[in-house]
Design a protein around this ligand. Structure first.
Ligand code: FNR
Length: 182
């Protein structure tokens, strides 16, 4: 069983990106176990706070990532980049120096947007810090999910034709990616 930490870039209570992340976990093949790691309560990274007694939320995040075999990022695009909450989580998890929680964890990225571009900018900006954090990040297949609004029915299933099949195959590829990199 591989344990996957899921980080969602939207903090909104009614987030469609979170719905998408939840549906992704349902479409995953057997052998994967998911835990959603909340990032909205993390104080902004500040080296002055990174003492022997850091904020409790930082410790929670770091331990959750260390306990995971892989990390799945599901995020909207903000201003052609990642939401600040995602970048802050990356910074928090990367410290203390020399003890990054992210190192070596196989990553997957799914971006989503109401537009047809599907969060391309966020998807590729996110890849930049993941290189430095030494996270092997699945390159293919890519997942840019456009037209997010109107995508779900009342049960959280995706009504857009072909999207569930695509997400299922993407998750199967990510499962293999994780298995090959842990
Ligand atoms: C956006 N949105 C957006 N969309 C996009 O495709 N490219 C972008 O650059 C931006 N920029 C942007 C900035 C900010 C500050 C906000 C709040 C929104 C729209 C964004 O894609 C949309 O709000 C989310 O997809 C909604 O997702 P949730 O919150 O339902 O998960």
């Amino acid at each position: 069983m591989s344990k996957i930490a899921v980080l969602v870039g939207s903090l909104r209570a009614g987030s469609l990106t979170r719905k998408l992340a939840e549906r992704l976990t349902e479409l995953a093949p057997d052998g994967m176990e998911f835990s959603f790691v909340e990032i909205g309560d993390l104080p902004f990274f500040n080296e002055d706070l990174d003492t022997d007694t850091p904020p409790a939320a930082w410790t929670r995040l770091r331990e959750a990532i260390k306990a995971a075999d892989g990390v799945l990022f599901v995020t909207p695009e903000y201003n052609r980049s990642v939401p600040a909450a995602i970048k802050n989580a990356l910074d928090v998890g990367s410290r203390p120096y020399g003890a990054s929680a992210w190192a070596g964890k196989p990553a997957g990225i799914v971006t989503a947007s109401p537009s047809g571009i599907g969060g391309f900018g966020a998807n590729h900006h996110l890849r930049q810090p993941l290189v430095f954090l030494n996270m092997p990040t699945m390159q293919q297949p890519e997942a840019y999910i456009g037209n997010l609004w109107g995508m779900f029915d009342e049960d959280g299933k995706i009504v857009t034709e072909g999207t569930e099949d695509f997400l299922k195959s993407w998750m199967a590829a990510y499962a293999k990616w994780v298995a090959d990199h842990i």
